[in-house]
Design a protein around this ligand. Structure first.
Ligand SMILES: CCCCCCCCCC(=O)SCCNC(=O)CCNC(=O)[C@H](O)C(C)(C)COP(=O)(O)OP(=O)(O)OC[C@H]1O[C@@H](n2cnc3c(N)ncnc32)[C@H](O)[C@@H]1OP(=O)(O)O
Length: 203
């Protein structure tokens, strides 16, 4: 029986499994968002902890991903490898993009917040993902890893508000891809980023 379950999850996920995975992650992050804004109530929180522990126990009984990265489960379509689909970064709506740039919108929900504004580390996480998409895009081809990422925080980023982002390739020099990006709230610049992505040596 265990072997059969493992064979099921070791294959690339179906559309139904992807949707179910997304829905489960969405439910989990909605809880984190709610916990970030509620007034503490110890009794309710204890009940919440018990219920969540039951969910966690159910998840612990499932097999984990195979270590072999060539296995079908590691196909790019698997939502577990998409930072937004597993709740690591806020979903980024891409409005326009070509081979060397993209334009989109992002909204940071309360779990990404400090007090009333977005946590600086969350902005950095977002930029790594958004600039990384362009660095790993069709103009450059192949995989590249973040070598450095510099963020200039220009003004506070509000939570739960749509922010606009633009990302573009500044230069490509051999294996090096220099990428820049900016995030705005209306006309106001919130943060700028520049980074280097380095593609692996081919030999
Ligand atoms: C569609 C999918 C979208 C996915 C988007 C998500 C993207 C997210 C990507 C990540 O977050 S990856 C995780 C965070 N990054 C890492 O863990 C990387 C850790 N570091 C490394 O693996 C290596 O240091 C690295 C691959 C970046 C570079 O190692 P290499 O051995 O391939 O490069 P090497 O040291 O030979 O340097 C190559 C060139 O880059 C330059 N370089 C490397 N690191 C640098 C640095 N930090 N600053 C400035 N220049 C740097 C280096 O000087 C040199 O320049 P030149 O060719 O002109 O001589």
């Amino acid at each position: 029986m265990m072997e059969r379950i493992h064979a099921m999850v070791a294959s690339a996920p179906t559309a139904l499994e992807r949707r179910a995975y997304r829905n489960a992650v969405d439910a989990a992050v909605r809880i984190l968002d709610r916990l970030a804004v509620i007034e503490p109530d110890a009794d309710t929180l204890r009940k919440c902890e018990r219920a969540l522990t039951q969910v966690e126990d159910a998840l612990r009984s499932l097999p984990t991903l195979p270590e072999d990265v060539e296995a079908p489960a590691h196909a790019p379509g698997n939502p577990r490898f998409n930072p937004a689909e597993r709740g690591l970064v806020p979903a980024f709506a891409i409005d326009a993009g070509d081979t060397g740039q993209l334009v989109g919108r992002v909204q940071f929900s309360p779990r990404f917040g400090g007090t009333a504004s977005v946590h600086g580390g969350a902005l950095s996480l977002f930029f790594d993902d958004a600039l990384g998409m362009v660095a790993n895009g069709s103009v450059t081809g192949g995989v590249a890893r973040t070598a450095f990422l510099r963020i200039d925080y220009r003004s506070l980023a509000p939570l739960d508000v749509e922010l606009h982002c633009r990302v573009w390739i500044e230069a490509v020099d051999g294996r090096k891809r220099f990428i820049r990006g900016e995030l705005c709230h209306g006309d106001r610049l919130v943060a700028e980023a520049e980074g280097l992505w380095v593609a692996p040596r081919t030999r």
